[in-house]
Design a protein around this ligand. Sequence first.
Ligand code: NAP
Length: 232
Amino acid sequence: MDITGKTALVTGANRGLGRQLVAQLCDRGAKVYAGVRNPQSVDLEGVTPIALDITDPTSVATAVDATGDVSILINNAGISTGTSLLTGDLANIRLEFDTNFFGTLSVIRAFAPQLGAHEGSAVLNILSGLSWISFPQAGAYCAAKSAEWSLTNALRLELAPQGTRVSALHVGYMDTDLVRRIEAPKADPADIARIALDGIEADTYEIIADEPARAVLARLSGGVAALYPQLP
Ligand SMILES: NC(=O)c1ccc[n+]([C@@H]2O[C@H](COP(=O)([O-])OP(=O)(O)OC[C@H]3O[C@@H](n4cnc5c(N)ncnc54)[C@H](OP(=O)(O)O)[C@@H]3O)[C@@H](O)[C@H]2O)c1
């Protein structure tokens, strides 16, 4: 996939990783729709803001009608409420799934015909090392990202016949609002955006963006003992 000259849509495009993806897609010669809840929040020149709340089916349908030529879809919009599955508010758990899982799913379903109208097209879902490992204090986020990983695999198979390549980016912590309360080493989202776009251009199905994500992936084959050594 050569990004130059393609039309891309990025969800959650106004800040964090999404904003970096938009800027770098422009640098690589793409026409870019910045999908955002508040079009006034887009501060980059040369992009087209599109009102898009991924949890609102009417908003998603309106965004489909307002575009028409998208061949690269980046599902970046996401939330993390820091909710325990055992003791947290069920409304927060539902919101995590409504956004990270159902929101992403509904955007892909809605844009699938538009993507399929091109000879080659790409979907990139922004996942996490937490798709593969769980922390109780963020259990809802981990579960939703894990489900989003599963949908990525299923839709990769379903969309392959129409020439749409579905990939995922796995990353540890990035220095964005999403994790501003967490004290830990964090990657620069500009570096992660570059790795993500290089991954799309290299037709990589699973883009492992940093060392923390790579380390979790390596532990997966070791089962529960490798992933959760704190267990008796
Ligand atoms: N930061 C990390 O450490 C980290 C690690 C692994 C994966 N990720 C993933 O990376 C992606 C980007 O996160 P980030 O770190 O850049 O977070 P961020 O700075 O908090 O940005 C989140 C973006 O998602 C948008 N968004 C949230 N709910 C939405 C909805 N219903 N409809 C449309 N847009 C919505 C936000 O829009 P508003 O401005 O309107 O709220 C914002 O643009 C997420 O999928 C996240 O799960 C992040």
